[in-house]
Design a protein around this ligand. Structure first.
Ligand code: KG4
Ligand code: ZN
Length: 339
């Protein structure tokens, strides 16, 4: 089964073609970073308009590069949420219109399920069940995963997502947008000098809170001359706090569930320090840890094509209505074989 995957939930236009037996045949991404950069963050209306400009050419090119005709495409998978409403609607309506014109089924994919399944595109994919730590710009989720669509939410952020905390802290340090990778780069040149807290680790439970780290950043910055070295040391302290907090909560989730596999995905899973810390923790616990390759940590069409292919193969599809959901809880998804 050939599946066209479309991702437009935020500031990247992603398109991919996945084949149920041959695997990933093509993927391409157009990033809007340079457009949003001058505003210091994603401008939703500009994001929607740019998806409109870029999506059709990316789809045409995907068919051209793979040599597929639209008759050969067996289904279309599209991100239906969560994300920016206008941006989502571009992908949803394009996918629905194509599927209708081609007479093929289309399936709505949950963006975080896409992230969760991204490690399945790697040569050594995880087997179910596992614990998933999903860390993106909009979400921080700990999920017990028993199969596709069998998700039990173990914990989530009660305020800022970890990616959002990276982005906001980066802004406070004058690093602009996109903040996460810039802060990570600056942290690499920093040293241990400031002590930031590990929020919500002193009490039981698997929820997170990252917004307090911003206050620590402001307070630490105000106590210094704000030199390049000061900023690098604060970036270092922030990154250490984020990494260790994630490690503590993952260890707790693994102990609580008794599972021995951990999947880490979403944009922040591209962070080298966080990957290293989680790898060290997993090794100490004899747990296997799985990350997507770097380019599939952040938003992409490949993960949507993969997730959609699994659902289409199980006979799932959505009706013609274009329904995007800005908010959509991952534990409300249907099991793969529920139809
Ligand atoms: O998954 P993603 O591409 O989009 C969402 O679904 O939100 O994640 C984007 C988030 C942003 O907050 C970005 O700053 C963060 O991932 N990010 C990073 C790194 N690369 C991306 N954060 C820390 N270190 C990185 N290397
Ligand atoms: Zn994402």
């Amino acid at each position: 089964m050939y599946v066209l995957g479309i991702e437009t939930s935020c500031d990247e236009t992603g398109v991919a073609i996945y084949h149920s037996e041959q695997g990933l045949l093509h993927h391409d991404l157009y990033s809007q970073v340079s457009m949003h950069e001058e505003y210091g963050g994603v401008v939703p209306e500009l994001a929607s308009r740019d998806h409109i400009r870029k999506l059709a050419p990316l789809i045409k090119n995907a068919l051209k590069v793979t040599g597929l005709t639209h008759e050969q495409v067996d289904g279309v998978a599209y991100t239906a949420g969560p994300g920016l409403m206008g941006a989502l609607l571009v992908g949803c309506s394009t996918a629905r219109a194509l599927a209708w014109t081609w007479g093929k089924p289309a399936v709505a994919v949950h963006h975080m399920e896409g992230h969760l399944l991204a490690p399945m595109l790697e040569p050594n994919p995880p087997k179910f069940p596992f614990v998933a730590l999903l860390i993106s710009g909009g979400h921080t989720l700990l999920v017990k995963v028993d199969g596709i669509g069998r998700y039990q939410l173990l914990g989530e952020s009660i305020d800022d997502a970890v990616g959002e905390a990276f982005d906001k802290t980066a802004k406070l340090l004058g690093l602009g947008y996109p903040g996460g990778p810039r802060l990570a780069e600056l942290a690499d040149s920093g040293k241990s000098r400031f002590k930031f807290p590990r929020p919500m680790t002193d009490r039981p439970g698997l929820d997170f809170s990252f917004s307090g780290l911003k206050t620590f950043t402001v307070n630490a910055l105000n106590k210094t001359e704000k030199t390049a070295e000061d900023r690098a040391d604060i970036a270092y302290a922030f990154q250490e706090a984020a990494a260790e907090t994630l490690v503590i909560k993952c260890r707790r989730a693994l102990n609580q569930t008794g599972l021995t596999r951990l999947v880490v995905a979403g944009g922040v899973s591209a962070n080298k320090r966080i990957r290293l810390s989680l790898n060290e923790m997993a090794q100490a616990l004899s747990v296997d840890v799985y990350f997507p390759r770097l380019e599939f940590c952040t938003d992409n069409g490949a993960m949507i094509a993969y997730a959609g292919c699994q659902r289409l193969m199980a006979g799932q599809q959505n009706d013609l209505q274009v329904a995007a959901k800005a908010r959509w809880s991952i534990d409300s998804l249907t099991e793969l074989n529920a139809n």
